[in-house]
Design a protein around this ligand. Sequence first.
Ligand code: NDP
Length: 330
Amino acid sequence: MEYRRMGKTGLQLSVLSYGSWVTFSKQVDDSASARLMALAYDNGINFFDNAEAYEGGRSEEMMGRVLSRMNWDRTTYCVSSKVFFGLYGKNNRPNQRGLSRKHITEACHAALTRLQVDYLDLFYCHRADPNVPIAETVRAMHDLVTQGKVLYWGTSEWPAEAIKEAQRLCAERNFHAPIVEQPQYNLFHRSRVEKEYAPLYRSPAGLGLTIWSPLASGLLTGKYNSGLPADSRLSTPDLAWLRDRLLAQPGADKKLAAISALAAVAKELGTTLPRLGVAWCLKNPNVSSVILGASRVEQLKENLGALDLLPDLTPDILARLEKISSPVAA
Ligand code: NDP
C-alpha cells in the first residue's frame, strides 16, 4: 500500500480506501462486511468511509459492529461520517437534516454512537446547504474539532467558491478550516477535480481529495456492457434512479462504446478494466485517496491490484485513455 498526505495536513491516508455506500446493510450482511473490511485492513487500507445517510444509519451501525468485533488498534485506522441528508427516509422533520449547528452537532453524536468510536477522523458536510449561513456551519465544525470529537473536517461536492468562502471565514476567525473535499472522480467524471478545484490544491488552501465512485458505480468495470447482471448494484430495485442515471440518459451508448475501447487497452496491458479505472484515478497526484466500493471479496482483491499497474500507465497510455474518455466525460 502507498500512503499520501491528505492535502497539506499531516494525516496519511492509504491511497486506496474502502466505503460502504449502498453495500453495507443493503447488499451485504455482517459477516460479508467483516470479510471485506478485514481484507482491506490486511492490505494496508487505513480509511473507511461512511455517512449518516447510508441506509438510514444502518451502514454506520454495521461498520461499528465490525470495528468493535475486529478490535483493531484505534490508532491504525481512520473512519469518517458525513452530515447533510439526515437518516434518509426515517426522519424528515425540521432540523433533522442540513448543515445547521443543531443538526451538525446531533449528527456527529449519533455517528459516534453508531460507529462505536470516541472520535471521527474525518467529518464531511455531505453537500452545501443554501439555507444555512456558511459562518454557522464552519463554527459548528470548528467546535466539534476543538471538543476532540472530530479530527479533520471537509466538504463533499461543494462548489469551489463555497469552499473558498469557508476557508476565508476560518482564516479570519482562527477556526479549524475544511481541508478535504470528497468529489466524484473517474474516467467519465473529471471536470470538477481537474478544473474547478485546481486552484485549491496549492498553498494556502492545500486541499486534499478523497474521491468517490472511481468505477462510476461499476459501469467502468464493463459489467453493464452486455446487460444488467441480476446480482449487481444497478439491478437492486430501490436503486432504479441510479440505473436510470447511468444507463438511460442520452449518451449512455457512447459511454458503453468507450468502455469497450478502454477494455481493449486493458487487454493490451495484460490487466482488467476495474484495475485500469482505479489506477487512472491514482495517477492524479492531487488525489489523496481513492474510495473503493465492493460488494464482494473478489472485487476488492482485484481492485487492490490497481497499485501494481501504476508503472505501466505511461504518458502515452494516459493520452490514449484521455482520447477515449474525453468525448464522453463530464
Ligand atoms: P465504485 O464506482 O468503485 O463502484 C463500486 C461497485 O462497482 C461495487 O459495489 C460493485 O458493484 C462494482 N465493482 C467494483 N469492483 C468491481 C470488480 N472488480 N468487478 C465487478 N464489479 C465491481 O465505487 P462506489 O460508487 O461504491 O463509491 C465508493 C465509495 O465512495 C462509497 O462506498 C462511499 O463511501 C463513497 N461515496 C461518496 C459519495 C458522496 O457523495 N460523498 C457518493 C457515492 C459514494 P456490484 O455490487 O454491483 O457488484
